[in-house]
Design a protein around this ligand. Structure first.
Ligand code: GRF
Length: 199
């Protein structure tokens, strides 16, 4: 049950989620929508972008979620300031949603709470960029999306949830991206919920 404790944002019994984005923020939107219900045990307390102009920040604003966009291009500045904010708001879990920077092992160690990421492929296949073009080039029959834990090794942490989508002969990287994105929106909120329930 939710109970507001005081000036500082402290909701008894609610798990606090922070989300890092870099751009459009369609995954952010699906997560916000999913956890909007009043009796949700999860609260999104903070959205941070390394890109000041990220469209997703506008949506966070509209949803009345505390948000920050960094003008500085320095990764060190971004990581240090973000760490302070995550600590200040007692964040239990950090979710990367279309966040296009690679977090340093120092950041991962210092944050010391779980970090999840969404990747547009069926990991361990196609770590890194251009996943859709690579899957089509290799004539794969399926692609999909993966939610995994973030470790210092890129796109290699424990897999939390994965869903497949069929690649048709008529698909190109753009059409496949669209199909996979739909899957992303479906599975990321569920993965966060399941993960936090078992924490
Ligand atoms: C998604 O496909 C995500 O998997 C990838 O970047 C895209 C971001 O989309 N890492 P959005 O910003 O959530 O709309």
């Amino acid at each position: 049950m939710e109970k507001y404790l005081g000036k500082k944002e402290k909701y008894l019994g609610k798990k606090k989620v922070a989300i890092f984005i870099s751009g459009r923020g369609s995954n952010l939107r699906s997560i916000i929508k999913y956890f909007r219900k009043k009796n949700s045990l999860i609260k999104i307390v903070l959205v941070i972008s390394n890109n000041f102009d990220a469209k997703g920040l506008k949506y966070a604003n509209k949803s009345k979620i505390l948000n920050y966009g960094f003008r500085s291009k320095s990764k060190l500045v971004f990581e240090n300031q973000s760490l302070k904010l995550l600590k200040k708001h007692n964040v239990d879990i950090l979710c990367l949603a279309g966040f296009m920077k690679i977090l340093s092992s120092n950041f991962i160690k210092k944050f010391s709470k779980p970090i999840l990421n969404i990747h547009p492929s069926l990991l361990p296949k196609y770590k890194g960029l251009n996943t859709h073009a690579r899957a089509i080039k290799n004539k794969d029959r399926y692609s999909g999306a993966t939610i995994h834990k973030v470790t210092k090794k890129l796109d290699s942490g424990k897999i939390i949830l994965q869903k497949k989508v069929k690649i048709l002969k008529s698909d190109n990287p753009k059409s496949l991206e669209k199909k996979v994105l739909r899957i992303e929106h479906e599975i990321y909120p569920k993965a966060i919920k399941n993960f936090l329930t078992n924490l």
